[in-house]
Design a protein around this ligand. Structure first.
Ligand code: 6MZ
Length: 353
């Protein structure tokens, strides 16, 4: 039973040792089996089982069901102590998987019962990042404050103000803003003022766009900002009901895409790995970054995602190395960090592939 969840499959050594950049990881979706165990023992009264917090091998859920899973995990993570443990574990797990640079994103939550505030939520995430740095964990971690689109206009604006404060006070740890949440709820036009404000004050924007087919008009509107990166962008291109106009905007502004293969297949927005839109964008030579989305919920890790992309689309090792290296250009941290990372990749590059 233990092995079904933890050791589903493991990527080959090449992919595990490949230095990697992770740009699309939701904190509460990234919680591992082992950390969930620790949370269970802290909250036995909740009666939650592993089948409610992760989607195993070969299993699929509707996107709607995936959002139920996040709610269950968020019930388990409702104190500062929980957030500190979860964030620390997630960072160390990414580091153990060969991730050298991570942008973690999370939605600040208030929990009246435990005294958690949105501010202390973010502070605790940053504390975990700081502590990992002090312990010498070999990973550079930054934070994106997330807007859950379900919470509407006012909360979005409050979230931007909070992100702004932290951008100024966190010593470069808070670099941007994420727009996520159930794509079938709400409309992006109501969030435009908040997103525009974030952009004006220097926060980088990573927006979930066209994760479901019904969002063409919204994507068109949000692409005018334009965002600095796109999450998923599953239905942007004409072959799946998008349009040349949308693709043109993405290409002209050179907006990188964060692509999460297993998440999209398990959440059933993409029918199978070989039909994933990675192929469309990669063939175009457009900046495409392989990411996990929710490594805990979708029972995966970044090494596996790289290996899946390589085996599905026939990339050789040199191409995989190039793909991971080019992700560095898409990070939100400043150019000095990009240079350091490129040096690291050069130092680690094998003599022959
Ligand atoms: C859209 C997603 C998502 O913020 O509590 N989230 N939003 N599409 C997805 N594709 C599967 N996966 C995760 O992490 C959980 C939250 O991240 C967003 C949702 O808002 C979810 O509630 P945090 O750390």
């Amino acid at each position: 039973f233990f092995f079904i969840f933890v050791m589903e499959s493991e990527a080959d050594v090449f992919y595990r040792e490949l230095p990697k950049v992770e740009l699309h990881a939701h904190l509460n979706g990234s919680v591992s089996y082992q950390t969930i165990e620790k949370l269970f023992s802290r909250k036995p009264h909740l009666n939650i089982e592993h089948s409610m917090t992760a989607i195993g091998k070969g299993q699929r859920r509707t996107l709607d069901e995936c959002f139920q899973v996040f709610k269950v995990i968020q019930q388990l993570v409702n104190t500062e102590e929980d957030i500190l443990m979860v964030a620390t574990d997630v960072i160390k797990e990414f580091a153990a998987d060969g991730v050298k640079y991570l942008e973690l994103r999370s939605t600040p939550r208030e929990e009246k019962d435990t005294g958690l505030t949105k501010k202390s939520y973010v502070e605790t995430c940053l504390k975990a990042i700081q502590q990992c740095k002090e312990e010498g964990v070999d990973i550079d971690v930054r934070f994106l404050v997330a807007i859950d689109r379900r919470n509407g206009t006012e909360v979005a604006m409050e979230t931007v103000k909070l992100a702004e404060e932290f951008m100024l006070s966190s010593d470069g740890l808070v670099v941007g803003l994420d727009l996520s949440g159930d794509p079938t709820v709400g409309h992006g036009k109501d969030l435009l003022p908040a997103l525009q404000r974030a952009k004006n004050c220097g926060l980088k924007l990573s927006l979930h766009l066209s994760e479901v087919p019904s969002q063409l008009e919204e994507s068109n509107l949000l692409l005018n900002l334009p965002p600095d990166r796109i999450g998923h962008g599953t239905f942007l291109h004409p072959e799946v009901g998008g349009s040349e106009g949308l693709v043109d905007k993405v290409v002209k502004n050179n907006i990188p895409l964060e692509l999460c293969l297993t998440s999209n297949v398990k959440g059933q927005t993409v029918p199978c790995y070989s039909k994933h839109h990675f192929n469309y964008w990669y063939q175009k030579g457009h900046p495409s970054v392989i990411c996990t989305d929710d490594k805990g919920v979708f029972s995966t890790d970044l090494s596996q995602e790289y290996q899946l992309a390589a085996s599905t689309f026939g990339l050789d090792r040199e191409a995989v190395w190039k793909l991971s290296r080019e992700a560095i250009d898409c990070i939100f941290a400043p150019d000095t960090v990009k240079q350091q990372l490129k040096q690291k990749w050069t130092d680690l590059q094998p003599q022959v592939f």
